[in-house]
Design a protein around this ligand. Sequence first.
Ligand SMILES: [Zn+2]
Ligand SMILES: [Zn+2]
Ligand SMILES: [Zn+2]
Length: 325
Amino acid sequence: MPANRELAEQKEIFAAYLKKKKLKITRQRQVILDSFLKTEGHLSTEELYNQVRQKDRTIGYATVSRTMKALTDSGLAREIDLGDSRSRFEPLYKRPHHHHIICVECPKTIEFLSPELEQLQEQVVSHYRFRPVRHHFQVFGICEDCQKHRPARHEDFDSDLVFARDALRIALQTEKNGVNFYQSLAKAATDPRGRNAFLEMAAEEEKHLRELEGEWEALVKRNKRVLKAPVFLHFDYNELNRLFPSPEELQKRHVEQLSLEEALHLALSMEQGAHRFFKRYAEKFNDTRGKAIFQKFAEEELEHCELIQKECDRLLGPSNPPLQH
Ligand SMILES: [Zn+2]
Ligand SMILES: [Zn+2]
Ligand SMILES: [Zn+2]
């Protein structure tokens, strides 16, 4: 469920829209708006109508239908076609862009986001010199439960929350890779100055790791159900291994033979790569909690760059290549 502040922001947007259209904010419209904003998933007009009737018997189907049209026009909702020939709507405000996998035999739908898929369609669209306005991607199929003739279980989740969960998972894994990376560099270092510098960096990564773990616990504690939601953000975890090579990979690269200068430069280029990667990654998303997590994480990686740069200046003299981002 969205936070109270977001609820209030959406009500303001709707009020401003109604005012512009010279429409009144009736009690009935308020009830419909409240019901819609507090429900997750993809509500049909019928489902919403049944919900609001429990609160106010005077609300008619046509009012629900018209209000949903107004909500769509005001940018707070979007109409989606899940192939069941019903008008369905989902909240749009600060929700991550996503696509649907829809079971044709039961009401199950999965929402997902894949940056690779987004990139591919951008390439194709720009090949034809189109300026994209919007796109939908729906896959119809038979879910696992239906294939096995099991009773279908279905729950709707708040996509923004699940996106935040997946963003935190990726950030946590990156920090863990970072800790391992510096510990391996420290272990391999023959120069005690290098060993100390890398141990300090490992401690720094560890500190960030603890902070992220704290954020993770807070998120899960507030929303226990969020762990049950299917993966929303499909991320290529091999990317992380390119950012921070694993201890095995470092061994293959004979990291123990690196000079102090080479080892520091390796660390610097890894941190710069991580910062650039997460900065660009965050830019791909619309305004959501998941985006904010990646942005903050990119800033932390920048702090690591600066720390390593300082170590380079201190141990090797200031003649080194300057920091680039
Ligand atoms: Zn199914
Ligand atoms: Zn959806
Ligand atoms: Zn898309």
